[in-house]
Write a protein that binds this ligand. Sequence first.
Ligand code: HEC
Ligand code: HEC
Ligand code: HEC
Length: 127
Amino acid sequence: MYDVGKIVPGLAVFALLFLSPLLYNAASGKAATLPTVQTPSGTQCIESAEYMRASHMDMLESWREQVVRDGKHTYTASDGKQYDMSLVGTCMSCHTDKEQFCGTCHSYAGVDPNCWTCHVAPEVTKK
Ligand code: HEC
Ligand code: HEC
Ligand code: HEC
């Protein structure tokens, strides 16, 4: 027979550990926490960090559409600054380390965008 006395508490502990990030987020009122990543200093992103965290994938998708379908190349940010709509040329000129930056979050979130099968990320010189 199974040892119900051990299995039930075991399940309870498992459920609690499994749910704890959700409970924590519900209690603190924050969206699911993403890992902390290194960002370049002395500059700022194209849009606010909050916006970028939530919507960079939509921004990239829209950039791609505009460049490939409409031949448009310039993005005007909400602060009026203009950027060339380029994944490698723009994003990666600041976020040079794809593994550290994009990769840390993506492995946490369980996504693996296939962009790098065609786009060539900058070489990272290991210190
Ligand atoms: C001019 C430099 C620069 C460019 C270009 C740039 N970023 Fe950023 N990015 C930053 C900085 C600096 C931060 C840190 C947040 C801040 O203070 O704005 C940041 C923050 C972010 C964040 C949030 C990270 C966090 O702290 O959780 C994401 C996601 C991001 N960038 C993605 C992108 C993508 C995708 C592109 C291209 C569409 C891009 N960035 C282009 C400089 C840049
Ligand atoms: C702060 C964390 C964070 C950083 C940094 C970050 N991403 Fe993401 N990214 C995410 C999350 C989370 C998702 C999944 C969102 C979803 O599925 O709703 C995602 C999804 C994407 C997607 C869509 C993939 C898919 O399968 O739906 C693309 C494309 C993408 N990111 C590109 C980038 C690039 C390029 C960089 C580096 C310049 C980057 N991201 C940096 C958190 C991050
Ligand atoms: C099958 C190959 C392939 C894959 C995979 C791919 N791209 Fe592209 N992408 C291209 C080509 C080709 C262009 C057109 C280049 C040009 O016109 O300069 C392009 C253009 C773009 C552009 C605008 C121009 C530039 O220099 O960045 C963006 C933004 C872009 N892709 C984002 C993405 C993102 C984000 C992903 C991953 C979700 C992705 N691409 C995956 C081939 C690919």
